[in-house]
Write a protein of this length. Structure first.
Length: 144
């Protein structure tokens, strides 16, 4: 059985693949927001990952946080794994700034608004380039 994204995640924009995870973009101009999705079939929870895969997921989350902090300086990054509505393990990495449209509340089902296509393409390219620049750091175990 091959890895496939569930419908809700398949609708997101692809940025790049890491060793374990596919990186996707959430088109919400109010919050810089990406997803990490382990590229394994049938993974709904972390319990479906081996211990080695769990450790790799943590390395890739750390990489994602560093990428997002560098590109989108913020007061708080939110990292969350909530699968109530999307039954496939995915990790949200969201940059929040004090005073943003929903601060200090959560972003779930709140302010939305899409980027203009050209702006979205530029932001996604910046994110991809920063991942590529940082992923050679051995601590992330992405190129091993």
């Amino acid at each position: 059985m091959a890895f496939e994204l569930v419908a809700g995640l398949a609708a997101k924009d692809f940025i790049l693949d890491l060793k374990l995870c596919r990186v996707l973009f959430e088109d919400n101009k109010h919050y810089p927001w990406i997803f990490l999705v382990p590229m394994k079939e049938g993974v709904k929870n972390m319990t479906n990952l081996t211990m080695m895969e769990r450790m790799q997921l943590m390395r890739e989350i750390a990489l994602a946080e560093n990428v997002m902090f560098k590109l989108f300086p913020c007061d708080q990054d939110n990292v969350a794994m909530i699968g109530n509505m999307t039954p496939q393990l995915h990790v949200h990495v969201v940059c929040r700034t004090a005073g943003d449209s929903d601060w200090p509340d959560t972003v779930w089902n709140k302010t939305t608004g899409k980027y203009a296509p050209e702006e979205k393409a530029k932001i996604m390219q910046k994110i991809k380039q920063e991942f590529l620049a940082q992923m050679n750091d051995a601590q992330y175990g992405v190129n091993q």
